[in-house]
Design a protein around this ligand. Structure first.
Ligand SMILES: Nc1ncnc2c1ncn2[C@@H]1O[C@H](COP(=O)(O)OP(=O)(O)OP(=O)(O)O)[C@@H](O)[C@H]1O
Length: 670
């Protein structure tokens, strides 16, 4: 069956499946929820009223705000002066209407400065972490320690009372808060699967930050904007109260408060109108911010369990890698025909004691063009870490050593910049969770178009055409309709097809598929496996498929690498492995396949569990669970032993496996 003929489940009208994660609450839904509250509408109404009346002060004000009426000083409300007059007989209502605009506008300056500084810095530092994080944290701590008012007062003296300079400096001081907010949100977003998917597709760092991470930060940023703005507004009112920054000839709210404070004992009314206006405005801004904060969704998307980061090599592994670098800094002609060669791969993680713990230990395999190699084994055997190390993407604290060669070129020693170019264009990943591998904020066309543009470029029309071609290639006939859909409108099978199209967009030679069907219904699983097989045949891809399911291996694999406790314990052509397993672990897995279950009989299982890396014995790691284990198995490390033309097994008792007396179905492995 070719790719084009594999029927796509759910093709037609995009469907939203019950029980599947939708793009959880968005900022607009938070706004809608907040607007359902009457108090929010009142607060919003007040802010709009203040802004409009300030903007239209020239039209609305009944008097000239500077005109003095010395016959009616400190009058209190009258028919002529609705809110009364000040000590020079100036109309308070007109002065209030004219006095807000300059403050409202000036308060935007520190807000803009803090966002201009804090947002890019927070995005970048949150994304790269490491030393940049420590330096930025120090700077922000210094900013937080600065008493803003004292500094701005000093700046007022130095700058000759220049409002612009004072507001810019104030913006710099408060930018630390925005930086911290953005950095925290970026740290929470950087390991989302769709961000990893963009990274794996080779998308540039700033594009990832702006397209895939910034939208997650936008909601909290807008909320914070209300709170920060009201703070800046209050701060500037204080400056104007002190006679700083604002033109003393023109009315301003701080100045009105100052004027009223001189008459508090004798004419307290003067403070009432401006007091109410100020308090109501600041309270309304704060209330709007807090209400949005309360309705903003907290957990927006499912998180990726294993955050993917570029590894830092541990010292001992680095020494090993240095040897590898010398050996293979140039392409290795010996394996030029093998798209992917992994040799003696070791993956280690930093322990809490400061040492290193290996979780993958000396894994070697090679994949030919048009071949599917399956990494199979129970959970925790090191399959995913092997795959991720191959892509140069390990969780934080992880490091890889050994050799991973793509078309003869060593990958483990490439810089992150070079590796980013390799990912997507030469080697690509299809992940387990299609729904979280797609960014819910963007349509299929936009996400696929991004990767197509990156790898092939072209005009808008050409990119669009290529997107449709890719969707058809993965068995989606109504490509135009699906291209317009958003991830939550797709079924699981459709979403996985789109993810496969994403992986193919850069025309890689090698595809890594990590449990690509685990999250799907059984019927859809078969379709996706069919699709992968047909794509692999038609495009001549080398496919590395991670799975715990021997049924999948039987269905799609050419070669199987059975992994146990961080090692390959058997490497064999799939048909030979299925017919005559040459390791007791492979045999145990085969016997435990539910497909072989006999009605009424208990399904055989392998006793015990995979040992944790820290508990790996120095001898055969399967010995504790193996019915064939003998003293010799516990005397030292067991190497991979060649047991056929293309077969090897990490067992010294393979001869006794065929047939295995009393094993598996009869209960020895249980
Ligand atoms: N971030 C991490 N830090 C430390 N150890 C880790 C980390 N991620 C995975 N490991 C360990 O690495 C080992 C191999 O994990 P890996 O995910 O590769 O196994 P797997 O065979 O793919 O299993 P699964 O199918 O459950 O993913 C496990 O012992 C696991 O606990």
């Amino acid at each position: 069956m070719t790719a084009a003929t594999v029927p796509a489940q759910g093709v037609g009208e995009p469907v939203a499946q019950p029980g599947r994660p939708r793009p959880a609450g968005t900022f607009s839904s938070a706004v809608r929820a907040a607007l359902r509250r009457p108090a929010v509408l009142v607060a919003l109404g007040w802010v709009v009223l203040v802004v409009l009346s300030s903007a239209l002060a020239g039209v609305l004000a009944p008097h000239d705000p500077l005109a003095q009426d010395l016959d009616h000083t400190l009058s209190g409300p009258t028919g002529t002066y609705l809110l009364g007059t000040d000590e020079l007989g100036r109309d308070l209502l007109s002065r209030i209407l004219h006095g807000g605009g300059s403050l409202l506008l000036a308060a935007l300056i520190p807000l803009a400065v803090s966002y201009l500084l804090g947002v890019p810095a927070g995005l970048l530092v949150g994304y790269v972490g490491g030393k940049a994080d420590a330096v930025a944290d120090f700077v922000v701590n210094v900013l937080f320690a600065i008493p803003a008012l004292v500094i701005v007062l000093a700046v007022a003296v130095v700058s000759n009372n220049n409002l612009l300079v004072m507001t810019v400096i104030f913006g710099v001081i408060i930018s630390g808060g925005i930086f911290r907010l953005v950095r925290a949100s970026t740290q929470a977003s950087r390991d989302l699967l769709y961000v990893d998917a963009a990274r794996v597709s080779g998308v540039a760092r700033w594009t990832i930050l702006l397209r895939h991470i910034l939208p997650n930060v936008l909601g909290p940023l807008i909320v914070q904007g209300f709170l920060l703005y009201s703070g800046a507004f209050l701060f500037l009112t204080s400056l104007s109260f002190l006679g700083l920054g604002f033109d003393p000839q023109q009315p301003s709210w701080g100045q009105l408060v100052f004027d009223a404070s001189g008459h508090l004992d004798t004419d307290p009314w003067m403070m009432v109108p401006i007091g109410i206006v100020l308090i109501a405005t600041v309270a309304a801004l704060n209330y709007l911010g807090n209400s949005l904060l309360a309705t903003l969704p907290t957990a927006r998307r499912a998180r990726l369990l294993t955050p993917l980061r570029r590894p830092q090599l541990p010292p001992e592994a680095a020494a090993r890698a240095a040897g590898e670098r010398r050996r293979s800094s140039a392409a290795d002609p010996a394996d030029h025909d093998l798209p992917l060669v992994v040799e003696d791969l070791v993956v280690s993680f930093r322990t809490s004691e400061g040492g290193w713990q290996s979780v993958v230990d000396g894994v070697s395999f090679a994949v030919r063009q048009g071949q599917t190699l399956c990494l199979v084994g129970e959970s925790g055997c090191g399959k995913t870490m092997t795959a991720m190390a191959t892509l140069g993407l390990l969780p934080e604290g992880g490091a890889a050593a050994g050799s991973v060669r793509l078309g003869g070129r060593e990958l483990l020693t490439l810089s992150e910049k070079d590796m980013a170019q390799v990912r997507g264009s030469q080697i690509a990943l299809i992940s387990q969770e299609p729904m979280v591998a797609l960014d819910p904020c963007f349509s299929v066309r936009s996400q696929l178009g991004e990767v197509v543009t990156l790898h092939r470029g072209g005009s808008r029309v050409e990119v669009r055409q290529r997107v449709h071609d890719l969707l058809r290639l993965v068995g989606i006939p109504n490509a135009e309709a699906v291209a317009k859909s958003y991830p939550h409108q797709l079924s699981g099978g459709m979403a996985q097809r789109v993810c496969i199209a994403l992986a193919l967009a850069g025309e890689p030679r090698v595809l890594i598929a990590d449990e690509p069907t685990t999250a799907l219904d059984p019927t859809i699983q078969a379709e996706i496996l069919d699709l992968l097989r047909s794509l692999q045949e038609s495009l001549g891809l080398a496919l590395v498929l991670v799975t715990h399911d021997l049924g999948v291996v039987a269905d799609i694999g050419d070669v199987a690498a059975v992994m146990y406790a961080g090692q390959i314990v058997e490497l064999a052509p799939v048909d030979e492995l299925l017919a005559t397993p040459r390791h007791p672990y492979s045999r145990g897995l085969l016997d435990a396949m539910p497909e072989d279950a006999v009605r009424g009989e208990q399904l055989p299982t392998i006793p015990g569990v995979v040992p944790l890396p820290q508990d790996w014995p120095a001898h055969c790691r399967f010995a504790a669970r193996c019915p064939l284990a003998a003293d010799a198995c516990r005397e030292g490390t067991i190497p991979l032993i060649r047991v056929g033309d293309e077969r090897s097994s990490r067992c010294i008792r393979t001869d006794e496996l065929d047939p295995i007396p009393g094993l598996a179905k009869t209960g020895a492995i249980r």
